[in-house]
Design a protein around this ligand. Structure first.
Ligand code: ADP
Ligand code: MG
Length: 567
């Protein structure tokens, strides 16, 4: 009663009421202390600055540098926190910052603009357009480094990312939310596989992000053009830190790509956080390539005077790559069912996968696609070594029909590889070995695909089915590809319903019979067509030979005449 009076401006006031009122005021007060710490640049070079003091700086904090010369602001990232100095990497116009310039902490982590406006554009790792098509209306910002979602927010990989390449979709399937490494020497078709995969998303709902690290600007321009001419540029974002960009920019590029992808995964179409009613998108991110990023990080770290570890890389490079790749995931329904699929690329030297960075990234990813330069040079393209390539989780994402036929394919190819090595020594092989070798050779041939010649999953199933059911064995090896492509055309034009059935579930006995019927009909056509073509070719050849021999006769006569004239 007395308290009430006091609060209502009554007459009774005692020490307790005053204390309680004061305490209430104190509780309500928010501490608005300016935590900015200001200091000066001691040393700068190679995009790396050392700043004295800055005791309150946090690792990874965004630092704001002001150029005394031009007054412009350049941002940096606090990397090394020493006792009386902070080492930072700078982004943007590094040249503007000189020794003695001011540097202040911001209390923020580095973030970049993101949003649907970036689709179809080429941006740098700071989220700025670099394709000369004007500014973008981005709607949000996201931190470059972001904590990967925990176990409870994830679900197992369950939907496929179709690459359109039979060697991959059948045997090393990639699922949405998976991390699948593409590894091989230079010029083995790594980039091609990634770009073909993006092109194959033309009719899917995926958003694609291609992160180019340390490549030539002209290469990036070519890739952009390729994507545009195949009609997928408007669902793709290219993040480029080219070879001429600074090491810090190349270092941050994959994280920037992940941050842009996360915007689509974590948000619905309206830009609000995704949930059950507001689904997030499926995103595919290609990091091309992480070897170059590792080299950039090594350069940066050495300039920061960090102790070099194995192969002179800094000790935390494993952590860097695992943090990055852990951000790939498939979210559960409560979080909008979005996904981020990562296709990191690693370039090896002379096929050495036991070097430091390759082993690291191999152990972080859910599977590896090994590309071999000897296969590539033999013309077996895509040069996927199916014997050692794996996908540890993607099987769950394959369509049922593919799962059914792909098991046999794997077995055929494995026994082929095994037999091939010892059949070189023996000349007379028994019939079953010969049959296995023949099957393996045909199936290997079947996996060859040119660039930009993706096969739909239904067609892949149909041709593998034809192989499994002995329809290919007596086709000459050099006609296998013609058979495959002809069969695909036939299925598309004459067997639409059957093709649809393949996509819908397991191949029932009834469907299998129907498929065999289709194989038989097509094969008859094919063999007859080939025979006719061969006969035609033979006739042409005969005619040509006749003309040629007649020609030889006349020239002989001619030369005889000229010799006579000379005499
Ligand atoms: N399946 C294929 N068929 C024919 N040529 C291919 C195929 N895959 C790649 N190539 C060609 O091989 C070359 C090297 O490919 P690229 O993807 O750039 O290799 P990497 O990224 O491993 O250095 C390119 O000229 C590309 O067109
Ligand atoms: Mg490449």
């Amino acid at each position: 009663m007395a308290d009430e009076k006091a609060q209502n401006g009554g007459t009774t006031i005692n020490a307790d009421t005053i204390a309680s009122i004061l305490r209430g005021k104190l509780d309500a007060m928010t501490a608005a202390i300016d935590t900015q710490d200001v200091s000066r640049v001691v040393e700068i070079g190679d995009g790396v600055a050392r700043v004295s003091g800055l005791r309150s700086a946090m690792a990874g904090e965004l630092l704001d540098f002001t150029s005394a010369l031009t007054g412009e602001h350049v941002f940096g990232l606090a990397q090394n926190l020493d006792e009386d100095e902070v080492g930072a990497v700078l982004f943007g116009n590094v040249e503007a910052i000189r020794e003695g310039d001011e540097c202040r902490t911001t209390g923020r982590v580095m973030d970049i603009p993101v949003g649907p406006a970036m689709l179809g554009r080429v941006v740098n790792p700071l989220g700025e357009a670099i394709d000369g098509l004007g500014p973008m209306e981005t709607v949000a910002r996201r931190p470059v480094e972001f904590k990967a979602p925990g176990i409870m927010a994830r679900t197992p990989v369950c939907e496929p990312v179709q690459t359109g390449l039979m060697a991959i979709d059948a045997m090393i399937p990639v699922g949405r939310g998976q991390r699948e490494l593409i590894i091989g020497d230079r010029k083995t078709g790594k980039t091609s596989i990634a770009v073909d995969t993006i092109i194959n998303q033309a009719d899917s709902d995926m958003v694609c992000i291609y992160v180019a690290i340390g490549q030539k600007a002209s290469t990036v321009a070519t890739i952009r053009q390729t994507l545009e001419s195949h009609g997928v540029l408007d669902k793709t974002i290219i993040v480029a830190a080219t070879a001429s960009d600074s090491a810090p920019l190349q270092y941050i590029a994959p994280m920037a790509g992940a941050a842009i992808g996360e915007y689509f995964m974590y948000n619905g179409a309206d830009g609000k956080p995704a949930n059950e009613d507001n689904p997030g998108r499926a995103v595919l991110v290609v990091y091309d390539d992480l070897s170059k990023q590792a080299v950039a990080y090594r350069q940066m770290s050495l300039t920061l005077h960090r102790p070099p570890g194995r192969e002179a890389y800094p000790g935390d490079i494993f952590y860097l790559h695992s943090r990055l790749l852990e951000r790939a995931c498939k979210l559960d329904a409560a979080h909008g069912s979005g996904s981020l699929t990562a296709l990191p690329i690693i370039e090896t030297q002379e096929g050495d996968v036991s070097a430091y960075i390759p082993t690291n990234v191999i152990s972080i990813t859910d599977g590896q696609i090994y590309l071999q330069s000897n296969l590539f040079l033999q013309g077996q393209r895509p040069a996927v070594d199916v014997g050692i390539s794996v996908s540890r989780v993607g099987g769950g994402a394959q369509i049922k029909a593919m799962k059914q036929v792909a098991g046999n394919l794997r077995l055929d190819l494995a026994s082929y590889a095994e037999l091939q090595s010892f059949s070189q020594f023996g000349s007379d092989l028994d019939r079953s070995t010969q049959a296995q070798l023949n099957r393996g050779a045909h199936m290997t041939e079947l996996l060859r695909q040119k660039r930009f010649a993706a096969l739909d999953v239904a067609d892949q199933v149909a041709v593998i089915f034809a192989g499994n059911n002995n329809f290919l064995d007596d086709i000459p090896l050099d006609e296998v590809l013609a058979f495959r492509d002809g069969f695909v055309d036939y299925m598309k034009s004459s067997r639409v319903a059957l093709r649809q059935k393949i996509c819908e579930g397991r191949i029932s006995d009834e469907t299998a019979e129907e498929l065999k019927g289709a194989c038989r009909t097509f094969k008859k056509q094919f063999v007859a067509g080939r025979k006719a073509a061969r006969r035609g070719a033979d006739r042409e050849q005969l005619e040509e030979d006749a003309i040629e021999s007649a020609g030889v006769a006349t020239t002989l006569e001619g030369s005889a005449a000229s010799v006579a004239e000379e005499d």
